[in-house]
Design a protein around this ligand. Structure first.
Ligand SMILES: [Ca+2]
Ligand SMILES: [Ca+2]
Ligand SMILES: [Ca+2]
Length: 402
């Protein structure tokens, strides 16, 4: 038995080594100087790789630009591949290459695929076929149709959130009035639908508090302070089960979307307004954690725990509306305590602002950091641009996964 398993191990090793040699040979054949004599099939192979060789890819694009015959052959081959491989990995790169070749003439074929493939897909960002198709189609469509196409995609509830998110960023990037109006009205509607209070208006809450204060003999053990959230859950969320309003902002714990944040005095700064918008976009289009008590929960973290420089967090004293769930502001100590109670399944979010540059007054850059689960840490790089007096994201890209 032992011999057989040894034999299998050796066989697997040989196959592995062979595949290495095969790949090395391919890469060797694809040296920059070889591009002149490279078979078409190999060029297509390079163009559809997730990470095409840095030197070769632009060389191929340049060559295609001056040699119409080569360009035509490449476009034809890529379109065939687009239809042939269907939903297999690598096809996303096919639409990217068609975009880079500026193959506007294949727009009808791209639309055909777009309408044919399944909408719900949760694959990540640039490796996803639907996202790459969206980018390519949006790039090729004339302005008027381009904006309507993106608005339709963003509004389509059957579409994957990440695809709708990408459409949102593209809409912002146009700077077009109608496009911006759409994005902002979706945000405004979300804030009306999901306000700072979660159960009742301020007036109703006032009536409720007056009523319970008159019935002091009517305390219940499961909700000791009668703030409409059980003592058990309060303890788990690091709220005070003996205080009706833990952050003393006038909203009782069970009616407060941000129960650990007392709002700062005065209006939020420009950067804080952007931070609110970033968190809203993240919660709306990316995943939001399910809490240990089975409702949506976002934990936001001061920046000093992120960059170690003691900078004031954009989240300090900032409440969030328009987000379907609870938002908890926790400092490093509270996060530690929360994780010792529940593990690290709930993601913790922080925002870091990049240095502003003097010559780019209408551009601000931010980095969103999401950590959740052991060893999982993602960052997103974002660029915001000023359009009249609103700042909107025109670039948003997954940074590193560690
Ligand atoms: Ca309570
Ligand atoms: Ca309480
Ligand atoms: Ca409160």
């Amino acid at each position: 038995m032992k011999d057989t398993s040894q034999f299998f191990k050796s066989a697997v090793l040989i196959v592995f080594l062979n595949s290495l040699i095969f790949h090395t040979a391919l890469i060797a054949a694809g040296q920059p100087d070889d591009i002149e004599n490279m078979p078409l099939e190999e060029i297509v192979h390079i163009m559809t790789r997730t990470h095409p060789q840095k030197d070769l890819y632009p060389k191929i694009l340049n060559k295609a630009e001056i040699e119409p015959d080569l360009r035509k052959s490449l476009v034809d081959a890529l379109v065939i591949r687009l239809f042939e491989v269907g939903t297999k990995i690598g096809v996303a790169n096919t639409s990217r290459s068609l975009r880079d070749l500026n193959a506007r003439e294949v727009l009808p074929q791209l639309m055909k695929i777009w309408n044919k493939i399944e909408k719900k897909t949760y694959a990540l960002e640039h490796g996803d076929q639907r996202i790459q198709l969206l980018l390519t189609i949006a790039h090729f469509l004339p302005q008027a149709e381009h904006i309507q196409f993106l608005i339709n995609t963003e509004s389509d509830t059957a579409e994957a959130p990440i695809v709708r998110f990408r459409a949102t960023i593209l809409l912002c990037a146009t700077g077009n009035q109608k496009a911006i109006q759409h994005v902002l009205s979706v945000y405004e509607n979300a804030k009306v639908r999901l306000p700072l209070t979660t159960r009742m208006s301020l007036d109703d809450q006032k009536g409720y508090v007056e009523k319970i204060e008159q019935q002091d003999n009517n305390r219940t053990p499961w909700d000791f302070d009668r703030d409409l959230i059980s003592s058990y859950i309060e303890t788990g969320l690091l709220l005070n089960p003996a205080n009706i309003d833990t952050d003393s902002d006038g909203l009782i714990d069970g009616n407060d979307r941000n129960p650990l944040c007392k709002p700062q005095e005065g209006e939020p700064s420009e950067d804080q307004l952007i931070a609110q918008f970033i968190l809203y976009l993240h919660a709306r289009y990316y995943s939001i954690s399910r809490s240990p008590f089975n409702f949506n929960l976002l934990v936001v973290q001061p920046i000093d725990t992120w960059d170690g420089k003691g900078n004031q967090s954009l989240f300090d004293g900032l409440e969030f509306a328009g987000i379907d769930g609870l938002i908890l502001h926790m400092n490093q100590e509270q996060i530690k305590q929360f994780r010792s109670l529940h593990g690290s399944g709930v993601s913790v979010i922080s925002i870091h602002k990049e240095q502003e540059s003097e010559d780019k007054k209408d551009i601000k850059e931010f980095r969103l950091s999401v950590s959740g689960g052991p060893g999982l840490h993602r960052t997103y790089d974002m660029r915001f641009k000023r359009f009249n007096n609103v700042w909107l994201p025109v670039f948003w890209q997954l940074g590193m996964i560690t």
